[in-house]
Design a protein around this ligand. Structure first.
Ligand code: CAA
Length: 283
C-alpha cells in the first residue's frame, strides 16, 4: 500500500520524535493531542532538534524547512480521517489507548493502517477492540526517536502480511532497521531492558550501591551509553513501572516484580526528567 499521509496521536516525547522522523522522510504528518500547549511544545522541540541536526551537518537546511512544512497539528481526532497510517503514541495506559481508538475509528478510511507505539501492551488485545485487527500492528520506536536506529514491528494474531509489509516499507524509508517481534508482553527490547533497569533499582533499594556508583558501574563496566538509573529517568519512571507491571501480570513470574522503590518514586510524582525529579534532581 502506498502510504503518504501519517497521523500521530500524542505529541509527547515519543509522538514528537515520530512526527520528526516521518516528516524528514517525506511523509505528510498530522500530529494530534488533546492539549494545544503539548502540540505547540512538540513543534518547537522538533524545530530545535532539527536545527541541531542541521548544525551538526546531519540534515540539510532545505530538508529541515521541507520537513517542518510537512507537519500540521490538530486537536481533533476526526481530522486523522484522511491519513493512510496512524501511529498512536499516547500514554502507556491500556484504557487510554482503547478510548482513543474508539473515538478515532469512526473517522478512518477502510484502508488506513492503525498502529500503536506501545512499549509492552498486547497488540492482539488492542486490535481486538477495533474494526480492523488485520490492519493493526505494533510500531515501536526507541527514545530518542531521531537518534535510535531500531523500530520493533509486532504483529498481532490477526495482522495480515500486507499490513506488515507496508509498515516495513515505512521503516525502510525512515532509514531505520526493523526487528520483528512476536506479540508477548513487552516484546523484545523491553523484555530485556526493563528487568535490567528494575534490577538496578533493587540494587539501590538494597543498598548495594548508590545512584552514582550503579550508573558509573554500568557505563564504565559494561559500556552502556547511559547508566540504568539515568536511563530510567530518561524513559520516565511511570513508563518503566507500567512495563514491569505488564511483564509481571502477563508472565506471572515473580522475577518481574516491580521494585517497591520504583513504585514509591512514581507515587511521589518523581517520574524522572519530565517531572524534574527522579533518581536525579533536574531542578
Ligand atoms: N533529536 C535529534 N538528535 C538528537 C536528539 C534528538 N532528540 N537527542 C540526541 N540527539 C543527537 C545529538 O545531536 C548528537 O548528535 P551527533 O552525534 O551528531 O553529535 C547525538 O544524538 C548524541 O547526543 P549528545 O551528544 O547530546 O549526547 P550523548 O552522546 O550523551 O547521547 C543519547 C545521547 C543518544 C541519548 C545516548 O545517551 C544514548 O544512546 N542513550 C541510551 C538511549 C536508549 O537506550 N534508548 C532506548 C530507551 S528504551 C526505549 O525507548 C523503549 C521503550 O519503550 C521504553
Amino acid at each position: 500500500m502506498d502510504i503518504q499521509k501519517i497521523g500521530v496521536v500524542g505529541a509527547g516525547q515519543m509522538g514528537n520524535g515520530i512526527a520528526h522522523v516521518m516528516a524528514l522522510a517525506g511523509y505528510d504528518v498530522l500530529l494530534n493531542d488533546i492539549s494545544q500547549d503539548a502540540l505547540d511544545n512538540a513543534v518547537a522541540l522538533i524545530d530545535k532538534n532539527l536545527t541541531r541536526q542541521v548544525s551538526r551537518g546531519k540534515v540539510e537546511q532545505a530538508d529541515k524547512d521541507a520537513a517542518m512544512a510537512r507537519i500540521a497539528t490538530t486537536l481533533s481526532l476526526a481530522d486523522l480521517g484522511k491519513t493512510d497510517l496512524v501511529v498512536e503514541a499516547a500514554t502507556e495506559r491500556e484504557d487510554v489507548k482503547h478510548q482513543i481508538f474508539e473515538k478515532l475509528l469512526p473517522h478512518l478510511q477502510p484502508h488506513t493502517i492503525l498502529t500503536s507505539n506501545t512499549s509492552s501492551i498486547s497488540i492482539t488485545r488492542l486490535a481486538s477492540r477495533t474494526d480492523r485487527p488485520e490492519r493493526f500492528m505494533g510500531f515501536h520506536f526507541m527514545n530518542p526517536v531521531p537518534v535510535m536506529q531500531l523500530v520493533e514491528l509486532i504483529r498481532g494474531i490477526a495482522t495480515d502480511q500486507e499490513t506488515y509489509q507496508s509498515c516495513l516499507a515505512v521503516v525502510e524509508k525512515l532509514g531505520k532497521t526493523a526487528a520483528s517481534a512476536e506479540d508477548f508482553p513487552a516484546f523484545i527490547v523491553n523484555r530485556i531492558l526493563m528487568p535490567m533497569i528494575n534490577e538496578a533499582v533493587y540494587t539501590l533499594y538494597e543498598g548495594v550501591g548508590n545512584v552514582k556508583s550503579i550508573d558509573e558501574s554500568m557505563k564504565l563496566g559494561a559500556n552502556h551509553p547511559m547508566g540504568p538509573l539515568e536511563l530510567a529517568d530518561f524513559i520516565g519512571l511511570d513508563t518503566c513501572l507500567a512495563i514491569m507491571n505488564v511483564l509481571h501480570d502477563g508472565l506471572a513470574d515473580t522475577k518481574y516484580r516491580p521494585c517497591p522503590l520504583l513504585t514509591k518514586y512514581v507515587e511521589a510524582g518523581w517520574l524522572g526528567r519530565k517531572s524534574q525529579r527522579g533518581f536525579y534532581d533536574y531542578r
